[in-house]
Design a protein around this ligand. Structure first.
Ligand SMILES: Cc1cc2nc3c(=O)[nH]c(=O)nc-3n(C[C@H](O)[C@H](O)[C@H](O)COP(=O)(O)OP(=O)(O)OC[C@H]3O[C@@H](n4cnc5c(N)ncnc54)[C@H](O)[C@@H]3O)c2cc1C
Length: 377
């Protein structure tokens, strides 16, 4: 008897749901394995993701892009070094409406869940089902990846990322701000629309200090934050609980085998300092969708030759991003004076370097690769 599904996707996070919708548009029968929701925990995920224009176009095409109040355009970006160096980007200089969008995680997941519910080609499952192709989208601790015997090479960073929401005295003006200081990376991402005055905090902090910051009473945490960002947005007040994530760079040794493939965080993890982890996962979904769409008519979706095309297309992209974020993390983690001078001198030079700076900005925006496949459908 033929398997009931062409594709079984294990893991209904953002990457899994997006891929399910993408493949369903190609008339593939998709089973999407969702785990039961975790017991209600406070405010849900307090993070907001910086998504690039390639990710936005993909989610818009799938009718899963959140409304304006949950997707704030970033029209400027400021990156500050630890010795006066800084780099500034602006959407205007790049001739684009926004450099990125800051998207609330929970509303994005809800939009995707709604789109999945209205897609008859997708069936929600509570356990895996036989299919020509199994796609593993279970995130970084994937059990199926281990079950398939795939080594996952992990390098742990000595930092944890603290995330929270804050209301600020001054409007953010659509600017995303980042500070590199003493091995820590502090990011304040604009929320609530262009004129908003709330931000999402991502503070990657060296381990012993992360414990201390998590344990501080709210008022003291706010004071530490104010000092770290030089009062950039006036007084700030926590509006959510604080949550923390351990950080790692990781890469699966193999991304595919006969009848299975990895995507998203199950295949690779990068440091969040450049806000690219999910953008990479969504690019995986887009590429896998393209490869399956363009397959020869005699090939089944689980044909390993096909899946190798996907692995080849994505691996270099992911490696390049992993090296870039890792390099930045390492560069700013060096306490010695020559390094401090070098990185801040480099930042000043980079800020004045027209074409190089434009190229880097376009890479981060995901504009170097048009969203192949989307326009054909
Ligand atoms: C602090 C922080 C900030 C970040 N900021 C950004 C940012 O600004 N921009 C950006 O692009 N990225 C960012 N990232 C990265 C981003 O969080 C991840 O890349 C993204 O969540 C990966 O999505 P995913 O769907 O692959 O995995 P996950 O989000 O981990 O989803 C996996 C899903 O699979 C389910 N699952 C697990 N095991 C099973 C199983 N056995 N069976 C069925 N289901 C299973 C899980 O419950 C979950 O729903 C950030 C990360 C951190 C830690």
């Amino acid at each position: 008897m033929a398997a009931p599904y062409d594709v079984c996707i294990r893991g209904a996070g953002i990457v899994g749901r997006t891929l399910a919708l993408l493949l369903a548009r190609d008339r593939l029968r998709v089973g999407l394995v969702d785990t039961p929701p975790a017991p209600a925990s406070g405010t849900g995920d307090v993070r907001a993701y910086a998504l690039n224009s390639a990710s936005r176009e993909l989610l818009l095409a799938l009718r899963a892009w959140p409304d304006e109040s949950h997707a704030t355009p970033v029209t400027g970006m400021e990156v500050h070094g630890d010795d006066g160096g800084s780099v500034h980007f602006s959407a205007e200089a790049q001739h684009v409406p926004a450099l990125a969008w800051i998207v609330d995680v929970e509303p994005l997941l809800a939009r995707l869940a709604e789109a999945v519910r209205f897609q008859p080609q997708v069936t929600l499952l509570d356990s895996p089902a036989p299919a020509s192709l199994t796609v593993v989208c279970e995130g970084r601790a994937s059990a199926t990846r281990a079950e398939f015997g795939v080594p996952f090479h992990v390098v742990a960073y000595p930092q944890r990322a603290i995330a929270a929401r804050l209301a600020c005295e001054l409007p953010h003006g659509g600017v995303a701000r980042q500070w590199f200081q003493d091995g820590n990376v502090l990011g304040l991402l604009p929320l609530g629309g262009p004129q908003g005055n709330s931000v999402a905090l991502v503070w990657s902090v060296l381990e012993p200090r992360a414990d201390e910051l998590m344990a501080l009473p709210a008022g003291e945490f706010e004071s530490r934050l104010l000092a770290a960002c030089g009062n950039a947005l006036g007084r700030m007040k926590l509006t959510s609980e604080r949550m923390a994530w351990s950080l790692q760079r990781a890469q699966a040794e193999r991304w595919c085998g006969p009848g299975w493939v990895l995507a998203g965080d199950a295949a690779h993890n990068v440091h969040p300092l450049a806000g690219q982890g999910l953008n990479l996962g969504l690019a995986d979904a887009r590429e896998l969708g393209r490869v399956l769409h363009e397959r020869e008519y005699w090939r089944a979706p689980g044909d390993e030759k096909l899946l190798r095309r996907y692995e080849r297309a994505r691996k270099m992209d992911v490696l390049a991003m992993a090296w870039t974020t890792d390099g930045l993390q390492q560069l700013f983690a060096q306490p010695a004076e020559p390094w401090a001078w070098l990185r801040n001198w480099g930042m000043r030079g980079f800020d004045r370097s027209g074409p190089v700076k434009r190229w880097v900005a376009r890479q981060a925006m995901g504009r170097e690769r048009p969203p192949s496949g989307m326009e054909r459908r």
